[in-house]
Design a protein around this ligand. Structure first.
Ligand code: NAD
Length: 305
C-alpha cells in the first residue's frame, strides 16, 4: 500500500510494541501511515514486521526522519530514558516532528520530558489511553491529551486511526493527570461496589436483587452497571469468566500508586484513593495481580469484619 499523508503526517516512528503498542501500530499501518517501529523484544518486532511495519533497532532509529513519533512504554523511567538520554529521541527526531507519549506515567516525568522537548523546539503531547488491549485492537481507545492546542490538532489523524475519542485536557502533563484521577475514582468505586454487594449478600439479598436496585438508584456507577464484580447480572463482566482481565489488578495498582505519588507531590488529600491503593497492594502481594481488578471482591470477602 502506498503510504498516505494526513495533515502533514505520513511517516510515523513507533517505539514500544507491547500488548497495547503492537495493535495501535497495526491500526496506524491499516490507516495507511508508513510506520517504523521497534521493541526490546524481538518477538514483538517480528509480529510488527509481519503486519507490514519496518523494524528499527532502537527508539531513536525509529524516530529518525519521521513526521510523528509515538511511544508506548511501561513506565516513566523508560520514557525519560528513551527521550532524554544522549542519542535518544530528542537527539534523533527530525526538526518539526510531533512527539506523542501514550504510556501511562507520572505527571512529573511527563512534564519534564515535554519541557525538554519544547526547549529543543519540538511539540510534544502526553496522550495516555483507556480502553485496554481490546480497545487497542479494535481501534476504539480514548486518548486523554496534554499539550498545546495546535499539536493536539496536528495529532488528530493519529488519534482517529488508533482510537475513538481524543480529549484535550489542557497543558503538558494534564493527559496523565486526567488518566490517574479517572482510574483512582474507578479503583475507589470498584472497592465500594464490592463492599456493597457483599454486605447486601450478608443481609440476605441476592446479587441480582441488589443489582436491580443499585443500577437504577443513586449508587449507580460504571463498576455496578457495566462491570459488576459478582457473576450474574452483567454477562460481559470478567466475574463471569473467572476474572480473566479485562483490566488487570496490577495495572490498577500501578495507576493508584501514580495517583498517590501525584497527590503527595501537589499536597492533595486522597484518603480513599490511598486506601484503595493499600487494598490493591494486598491483592498483588497475594498473587492476584494478573486477575481482573474486579476480583478485589474475593479479597474483601476473605477479610474479617
Ligand atoms: P507491555 O509491557 O506489554 O509493552 C511495553 C513494551 O515496551 C514492551 O514490549 C517492551 O519491550 C517495550 N519497551 C520498553 N522499553 C523500550 C525501549 N526503550 N525501546 C523499545 N521498546 C521498549 O505494556 P502494555 O500493556 O502495552 O502497556 C503500555 C503502557 O500502556 C503502560 O504505560 C500501561 O500502563 C499503559 N496502559 C496499558 C493498558 C493495558 O490494558 N495493557 C491499558 C491502558 C494503558
Amino acid at each position: 500500500m502506498t503510504a498516505r499523508t494526513v495533515a502533514g503526517i505520513g511517516t510515523v516512528g513507533f517505539a514500544g510494541l507491547g500488548n497495547m503498542g503492537l495493535p495501535m501500530a497495526r491500526n496506524l499501518l491499516g490507516a495507511g501511515f508508513a510506520v517504523t517501529g521497534c521493541d526490546l523484544q524481538e518477538s514483538r518486532a517480528r509480529a510488527f514486521a509481519a503486519a507490514g511495519g519496518t523494524v528499527a533497532a532502537t527508539a531513536a532509529e525509529a524516530a529518525r526522519g519521521a513526521d510523528a513519533v509515538l511511544t508506548m512504554f511501561p513506565g516513566g523511567e523508560d520514557v525519560r530514558r528513551a527521550y532524554l538520554e544522549a542519542g535518544g529521541i530528542l537527539d534523533s527526531a527530525a526538526a518539526g516532528a510531533l512527539l506523542l507519549d501514550c504510556s501511562t506515567i507520572d505527571v512529573a516525568a511527563a512534564r519534564e520530558v515535554a519541557a525538554a522537548a519544547a526547549e529543543r523546539g519540538f511539540a510534544m503531547l502526553d496522550a495516555p489511553v483507556s480502553g485496554g488491549v481490546a480497545g487497542a485492537e479494535a481501534g476504539t481507545l480514548t486518548f486523554m491529551v496534554g499539550g498545546d492546542a495546535a499539536a493536539f490538532a496536528r495529532a488528530g489523524p493519529l488519534f482517529a486511526a488508533a482510537g475513538k475519542n481524543a480529549i484535550h485536557a489542557g497543558a503538558a502533563g494534564n493527559g496523565q493527570a486526567a488518566k490517574i484521577c479517572n482510574n483512582m475514582l474507578l479503583g475507589v468505586s470498584m472497592v465500594g461496589t464490592a463492599e456493597a454487594f457483599l454486605l447486601a449478600e450478608k443481609l440476605g439479598l441476592t446479587t441480582q436483587a441488589f443489582f436491580d436496585v443499585a443500577a437504577v438508584s443513586s449508587g449507580q456507577c460504571w463498576s455496578v452497571s457495566q462491570y459488576c464484580p459478582l457473576p450474574g447480572p452483567v454477562p460481559a463482566s470478567p466475574a463471569n469468566r473467572g476474572y480473566a482481565p479485562g483490566f488487570a489488578a496490577a495495572l490498577m495498582l500501578k495507576d493508584l500508586r501514580l495517583a498517590r505519588q501525584a497527590a503527595e507531590e501537589c499536597g492533595a488529600a486522597t484518603p480513599l484513593g490511598a486506601h484503595a491503593a493499600d487494598i490493591y497492594e494486598k491483592m498483588n502481594a497475594e498473587g492476584g495481580g494478573g486477575e481482573d481488578f474486579s476480583a478485589v471482591v474475593n479479597l474483601i470477602r476473605r477479610l474479617r469484619s
